[in-house]
Ligand binder design. Sequence first.
Ligand code: UDP
Ligand code: MG
Length: 329
Amino acid sequence: MTDAAGPARPELSLLVPLYNEEENLEPLLDRIQEEMARLGRSYEVVLVDDGSGDGTVAGLKRAVAQRPHLRVVLLRRNSGQTAALAAAIEHSRGAVLVPLDGDLQNDPADIPKLVSKLDEGFDVASGWRRHRRDPFFTRILPSKIANGLISLISGVKLHDYGCTLKAYRREVLAPVVLLGEMHRFIPILATWQGARVAEVEVTHHPRVAGKSKYGLGRTLKVVLDLLTIKFMGSFLTKPIYAFGGAGVGLWLLSALLAAYTLWQKLAYGVWVHNNPLLLVGIFIALVGMQLIMMGLLGELLIRIYFASSGTTPYVIREVLESERMGTAP
Ligand code: UDP
Ligand code: MG
């Protein structure tokens, strides 16, 4: 978080990643200004250009010279929506963070609804594009399947993880590392950290200008990211439990196969060299040993991770102390 000079922290930071959105920029900023004037809270808009090749950068430079409340971050090359969002978070100062798409598919008119959920005491308000306006077979259907899978595996029940429009208290984002397509998993990571998450229906508009940057390929990335966060969520602090558990399981299986081979010899006179099961057992035992060693390597890595990143394996909500501490009677 940069603590750039300037007035006190705003209440809201709107975070907008932009990749080749020249036609959408001005209408978007107009809409934001309109809605924020109506809401009447202090705000800033952090606009991140994700290496656009069109007039987006020129448009941003013009806008920042003419309009209030803008901070513009220009990335050197295209790094993807999640990375652009991470840059926006890093350069924002508000107490509440509201990411939204730069193509006007999200409606700034929904921001007050999300923010009032946080006022009710929730830590995250997650948008649900109930009536989503995108192509059905390449976007809506795969997204429905992915959403089902994500809620099943994560145990966090939301309808629409992919919706960019959400509102977060800044604290819940502090421990989150954003890589790949991970921004959609923030509500899950936050829930695992003890945050309270609410879902809010939001409007969704078809894209009127510019092109969507995604197709079907993203669903696969989302599923792989899901695997990563599930593993991290369950085993970050104890990799040996995952790998070692599987390794010991394989050893038991291989012992069973060896015993069965022996029994076949004693009962039916089947010699070992005629029985492939022993070889299968040996193979499984070797794989099991590899897994256990991977678990031990994981244990080494995780110690380096915690020591170098300064993160802790626990999350503190608050520390309370008596007024009198230490040696005073
Ligand atoms: N975006 C970005 N970097 C990228 C791809 C997309 O910053 O590499 C931005 C894009 O400009 C838009 C938002 O992310 O503001 C969502 O992208 P898009 O509208 O293409 O996604 P969709 O709405 O089709 O899911
Ligand atoms: Mg879009």
